[in-house]
Structure formats: C-alpha cells, structure tokens
Design a binder for this molecule. Structure first.
Ligand SMILES: Nc1ncnc2c1ncn2[C@@H]1O[C@H](COP(=O)(O)OP(=O)(O)OP(=O)(O)O)[C@@H](O)[C@H]1O
Length: 312
C-alpha cells in the first residue's frame, strides 16, 4: 500500500499548456498530486489532454504556466536531465529500433549514458530475464509478437532503474490476453521496485486491474480524482459516468436463452440501469476477481432455473 504520509512524487500545480495556434488549452489549470509508490491511472476521452500530461511529466515538453514538482523539486532546465534519468517510458507502439537486436534495444539508454559495454550488456540481460525474454536477446523486433515487443519496451524502460514509470496506452495495441500478461508484469515490477506508475489509458479494465488512484480529465481540466475503487463505485462527475457507461457490458440474451452467467465490472446503479435497459433480469450475483459474476435471466422466464442446474 502507498504510504499516505510520503511526499508526493509528482505534483502539478495550476499547470496550463496551449499548443501554438490552438484556440483552447490542452491542459487548463491542472492541479494533481501523485503519491509516491502509487499506481495512478489517467483517463478521459480523446483530446482530454492525457498525452499532453505525459509529455510534461516526462520532461519532453514544458508548461506555459504553473509548476510541476517531481520528488520535491520544480521540474525545469536545471532538474530536467536528472528527472529524465529517473523516469522510464513505455509507449503504445513500443518504439523499438528495427535494425537493433533485442539486447541492443535494451542497452540503448545505457549507451546514451556512457555505461561501459560489459556492464550495460549484463544489466540488459538481467532485465530481459525479468520480463521473460532471457532467450530473445539476439532476435530483432520484427521477429517478436506484440506482447514480446512490449516486454522489450518495459525492459528498456527499467534498465536504468527509474523510480517513476510512465506508460502511455501501453496495452492498447495488444489483444486482451496479451494485455493481461503485460499488466500483470507491470504490477509485479511496480511492487518489487517500489515504482510510482502513471498509466494513461482509455481502457477502463486497465484502470480497474492495475491502478490504486485515478484522475479523470475532460477538456484539459481535472474533473475528478481519488482512489480507484471509490471513483469507480461512486463517480461524481458526468464525464466519469459517461466513461463508465461507455464500458458497461451490453447483455442481450439470444432467443430461447433463459439464463446466462457473465462477469460484470461492478454492480453500481449505472450497471443495474444498463441491465434493466437490456431487459435482462439479475438472478444471482457473487464476487469475482475482476468484478462480479452474475446470473442473468430473460424477462419472459416464468420460473428462472436455479443457477447450479445450468452448465456455465
Ligand atoms: N502537437 C500538437 N499541436 C497542436 N495541438 C495539439 C498537439 N498535441 C495535442 N494537441 C491538442 O491538444 C488537445 C489535447 O490532446 P492530447 O493528445 O493531450 O489528448 P489525449 O487525451 O491524449 O487524446 P487521445 O486519447 O486521442 O490520445 C487536443 O485538442 C489536441 O488536438
């Protein structure tokens, strides 16, 4: 669990950013704290300002106004290089160099820092082992699956031993199963190394599976933030509710089908309303690691069969 008394690792204070020629700010007076050791999810619809927030966090871009503090220091020209040295980045499209082997992709950040070859090879091999790719050092990116490419991306991000990891849509290009493996890996590495993880995603299941805290952006503004469970259970802002509604499962029972078991993310009023709209009737619910397992019955069913009598 993150220590509630630890100093925030990141603090945005009234941060504004407008891109040249744009009528509206991409970030508008953003104030947000990311506790050390937490896993912060940044969500919001397209254009809400998520990638801009990551660009500022990574030191790739600067705010027009306001202040960004990292580990207690204002991020600026004097501190940027040191901040970037302690920050790992994982991208949606992996950003591997095609002409380099897996090993040489992972050693790249160490090369840029002048680490001697034997040392950087040893560190990179160690990282590759940790992400499950110990035998892939000599391969090229084109010879890897999407999930393997992302593992290389994670090894490269962590080879410099950062204490902050920024993941921008790290699993959006992957299928659900591969995605789950990558999230599990991120979770394990975050815990083992006591990393602070900031994860930008449009996938609500990623927020649910991985994050301790969540911040919701809308039109460049922070409209809601807090512990993930609380925000998802009881969303206060219409933008958060709209994001949750967009992810609610649409359950339609086939003609003749009387009962079906499905896993729902939660049983909040929004989910129940979505179920009511779909016409399905909730028969029974029980906890499930990813939410709630529910048995749904068609509305026309006179006497719904008992769940235990129906094969799952
Ligand atoms: N380089 C740029 N030049 C001009 N405008 C930009 C630039 N990058 C982003 N914007 C604008 O800033 C706003 C926020 O964009 P940003 O990419 O941060 O949103 P986002 O939440 O990451 O969106 P998405 O989920 O689609 O990636 C948008 O209105 C976008 O059009």
């Amino acid at each position: 669990m993150p220590d509630p008394h630890a100093p925030d690792v990141l603090a945005f204070q009234n941060v504004c950013k407008t891109y040249p020629g744009q009528p509206r700010p991409a970030l508008d007076d953003l104030t947000l704290r990311v506790p050390r050791g937490s896993r912060m999810g940044i969500i919001g619809r397209s254009g809400a300002g998520k990638s801009t927030l990551v660009r500022l966090l990574s030191g790739l871009d600067t705010p027009d106004a306001g202040e960004l503090r990292v580990r207690g220091e204002v991020l600026g020209p004097a501190t940027r290089a040191a901040h970037q040295a302690r920050t790992g980045l994982v991208f949606q499209q992996f950003n591997l160099l095609a002409q380099r082997t897996v090993l040489r992709n992972v050693t790249l950040p160490l090369e840029l820092r002048g680490v001697p070859r034997a040392r950087r090879d040893a560190l990179a091999r160690e990282q590759l082992g940790l992400v499950g790719l110990g035998d892939y050092a000599g391969r090229y990116p084109a010879q890897l699956s999407g999930g393997q490419k992302q593992r290389v991306g994670i090894a490269r991000a962590l080879v410099t031993a950062p204490d902050l990891l920024l993941a921008d849509e790290a699993t959006s290009a992957l299928d659900p199963e591969t995605s789950a493996g990558i999230l599990q890996l991120l979770l394990e590495l975050q815990r083992e190394r006591d990393l602070t993880l900031v994860i930008v995603t449009h996938q609500l299941e990623v927020v649910r599976a991985v994050t301790t805290h969540v911040a919701v952006l809308e039109g460049g503004q922070l409209v809601e933030s807090g512990e993930t469970g609380a925000v998802l259970r009881d969303p206060r802002h219409t933008a958060t509710r709209a994001l949750l509604d967009a992810h609610r499962p649409q359950v339609t029972l086939a003609p003749g089908e009387t009962l079906r078991r499905v896993t729902l993310p939660d049983l909040t009023a929004g989910t129940l309303a979505a179920l009511a709209r779909s016409g399905a009737r909730l028969v029974q619910a029980e906890p499930h690691p990813q939410g709630v397992d529910v048995w749904l019955a068609a509305p026309a069913t006179e006497a719904a069969p008992q769940p235990g009598a129906v094969p799952a």
